[in-house]
Every structure is written in C-alpha cells, then in structure tokens.
Design a protein around this ligand. Structure first.
Ligand code: PMT
Length: 396
C-alpha cells in the first residue's frame, strides 16, 4: 500500500489500549501513522507506546510547538489522508458535533479537510443516550463515517452495544477505504428490516421473530459501500446505523406505503423484512376480555410489498428479496423470485442452526433468474452483508 498518512486520534476510554494494536497494524501495512492523544487517553496508555509503534512523535498539547517553521495541528490536519479516532468517546463526539476545539485532537479535526472516521466506544447507556445519538447523527449528516461498536461484555460491567470494534475490523475498514471499494457510491438503496406487527386490539398483535439484525447489517454495509440508505424498519430493539434515513413503521400496510413512496428515488430495493402475510380483519378498539374458551380471529391478506415493487420497478432498478423457509428452500425461493419479478432472492432456512431469525449469524443461498448463483456458509450477518453488498454493487 502506498504511504498513506493516517492521523490516529486516541481519546480517554479503557479501549484506548486497543489503539496500540491499531497503530501497530497500520504501520506494518506501510502507513504513516501520526498519533494525537487527549490528556485523558494518556491515563490509559502511554504516548511512548504509540511513538515506539509508529516511529513518529505523539502530539498531546496544542501549545507544545517544537518546530517554529510549522503550526503542528495545521500541519497534521493538512497532510492527513484519513483521520481515524479510535476509541472515540462521547466527549469527543460531542465536541466535534458542536464545532468545539479545546485540545490538540479537536483542533486538528476541525482544521482538516480529510475524511473522518470515528470508532465509538463507551457504556451502552451512554451510547444510546439521545444527546450522544443526536451528535452522532449530526456528524454523519456531514459525512463523518463510523466503525460501529460491537455488542457484548463492556469494561464497565454492562452487557450491550458500546465495545470498540476489534482492531482487525478497524484496520480492515481503513484498508478498504483506501482500496476504494465504494461499490455503491452515488447509489440509493432502500432496505426493509425487522418484523411488521399487526394489531388485534390495543394490547395484542400478530408478528414474527425477526430482530432486524439482517436488514440493519445490510444497511451498515451499504452505507460503508458509499450508498445513500433508506432503512424502512419495523419495530426492533436495534440502534440504526448512522447516516441511514430511517423510516419506522409498524404494520405491513405502513411498510408498503413507505417503500412505494420512495421507489422512484432508489437504485436497489432489498427486502430483508419479515412481513406479516395476514392481519386481523377487524382491529378491536378496546382490550378483549377472556369471556370465552375460544377466540377466532379472521385474518385478511396484507399487500405483498415485494410483488408490488416487482410490478412497478424500472429497467435499471434491482429488486432483491429474501426467502425465509423451513423446507423445500430452493423450490419456494425460486417460485417467489419468479412470481414477484425479483432480480435475486436470498434464501435462508430458518430452522438451520446459526441461520435466520434473531441470531447474529446467517447462512444463505442466492438465486437469480438463471438458478443458484452462490451459497454462503454460516457467518456473521455483518460479514455476510459486506459480501452481498459488494456483489450486488457489481450487479448494478
Ligand atoms: O431480522 P433477523 O432476526 O436478522 O432475521 C433475518 C430474516 C430471517 C428475517 C431475513 O433473513 C429474511 O429471511 N427475511 C425475509 C422474511 C420473509 O418474510 O420471507 P418470506 O419468504 O415470507 O417473503 C419473501 C419476500 O417477500 C421477502 O423479501 C419479504 O420481505 C417479501 N414480502 C413478504 C410478504 C409480504 N406481504 N410482502 C413482502 O414484501
């Protein structure tokens, strides 16, 4: 890799220790890594570690100008090909979102014209905090990219989203950034995700086991590939990826309306949502009391959104559906592809271990009009989505 210049910002969180590994790997890839640490970061890891690993001086204090011929933060800002902040605390995110510059790192970032990518790491409640989320959204709207934190055991004792992405993932992100794997640059992708819920009465509904993980992973991958993403999401307990335009819906009819109203603006529709095929004919206005032993609910068909998209799509638009099956996977997937005029269908056997609903992994087969195109063994929905999106970008 040609000598790319990375400004690596390290802020004060326990995950700062992982920055050493990131700096080392980037340096080993031949990149020129210039580290800026906040004062708090130096409480967790020493500047000498970073200096030794990158063979470059580490900047901490804005006023520690050693070379009179240069203003250090402007020099760093001007020569960066990419500014990576890992870990990025809620504090630096807040400062950047509000244009504040009170230390070397924030001053440099404010002065740079280089692309900025933040790898957040913080307590799960801090990550979900509405002010933090608003700051992240504001930055994303202005082109700042994110390397999403992972979920799991956090240093603070909580379990949830907020753990710094693994150094390997962060380095892979940087590599592919420079590889210009922007297969969906300038394209708009609409992705449906999650379940739909169909009201029975004010307290009950019909739904399914979809968690939204597959659709959200696809949205993240599409954003990474440079796409504008419209994420039409049923009710899920996930934080949407920064930068996606999120339309929250509940029932199939609402999802149908949201998808069709955006159809003219998109290059690709990926239907990962698990849409309820039926809904109660009548939605009761009051909670039904259990005064009978049996309760029969008459269901009527919901609109088939994929079918409607297949009917209306233009020549140069791609429609990709999913097939969630429990038997005869190939046969049913091919039937759906044909009937709904899809370009491709991604079939998953939801009875297979590690595949389908709710889990973090999936295993799929992709079919086109000509038959089976590819099979993907069990892997994380994140990795699968990256591979699918790269391939789909090439199909456009
Ligand atoms: O959300 P996760 O927990 O991560 O789980 C992922 C998943 C299993 C939900 C996902 O991988 C998946 O298979 N999504 C499609 C589920 C589904 O509804 O499949 P289906 O075979 O019933 O429908 C076929 C296609 O038609 C789907 O693209 C579906 O979105 C679409 N459809 C179905 C019914 C309907 N009324 N309108 C539709 O558009």
């Amino acid at each position: 890799m040609e000598k790319k210049r990375i400004v690596l910002g390290i802020t004060g969180g326990i995950a700062a220790f992982k920055a050493a590994s990131i700096a080392s790997k980037l340096t080993q890839l031949g990149m020129d890594v210039r580290t800026i640490m906040t004062k708090s970061a130096t409480e967790f890891i020493t500047p000498l570690t970073l200096q030794t690993l990158t063979r470059n001086p580490v900047a901490i204090d804005t006023f520690d100008e050693r070379d009179p011929s240069r203003v250090m933060h402007i020099d760093l800002a001007d020569h960066a090909d990419l500014v990576l902040v890992a870990p990025a605390t809620a504090n630096i995110i807040g400062k950047l979102a509000n244009g504040l510059a009170d230390d070397m790192l924030s001053t440099t970032i404010l002065a740079t014209e280089a692309p900025i990518v933040l790898a957040p790491a913080m307590n799960v409640h801090m990550y979900q905090n509405k002010f933090v989320q608003a700051n992240m959204k504001k930055l994303a709207d202005h082109g700042v990219k994110y390397i999403e934190p992972g979920e799991g055991q956090l240093a603070c004792g909580y379990v949830g989203k907020g753990r710094l992405a693994e150094p390997e993932e962060i380095v892979a992100w940087v590599q592919s950034f420079f590889d210009k794997k922007h297969s969906l640059q300038g394209k708009t992708v609409l992705i449906t995700a999650g379940p739909t819920i169909e009201a029975i009465d004010p307290v009950r509904y019909l739904s399914n086991h979809s968690s939204g993980k597959m659709g959200y992973a696809l949205a993240t991958a599409a954003l990474f590939a440079g796409a504008n993403v419209i994420l039409v999401s049923g009710p899920v307990a996930l934080t949407p990826p920064q930068g996606a335009k999120v339309i929250s819906v509940r029932g199939a009819q609402e999802m149908h309306d949201a998808v069709l109203s955006h159809l003219d603006d998109v290059d690709m529709v990926i239907k990962a949502a698990a849409v309820s095929d039926y809904r109660p004919k009548e939605v009761l206005t009051h909670k039904r009391k259990k005064h009978t032993d049996n309760w029969e609910i008459e269901l009527i068909k919901n609109p088939d959104i994929a079918y409607e998209v297949g009917k209306r799509k233009r020549e140069n638009q791609l429609l990709i559906g999913f097939a969630a099956e429990t038997e005869n996977v190939e046969m049913y997937a091919k039937e759906k592809l044909e009937k709904k005029n899809m370009d491709f269908i991604i079939a998953n056997n939801v009875l297979q271990e590690g595949a389908g609903f709710s889990v973090d992994t999936n295993a799929v087969s992709v079919y086109g009009k000509q038959g089976l195109i590819a099979t993907y063994p069990v892997m994380s929905k994140r990795d699968l989505s990256e591979q699918l999106i790269t391939w789909l970008g090439a199909q456009l």
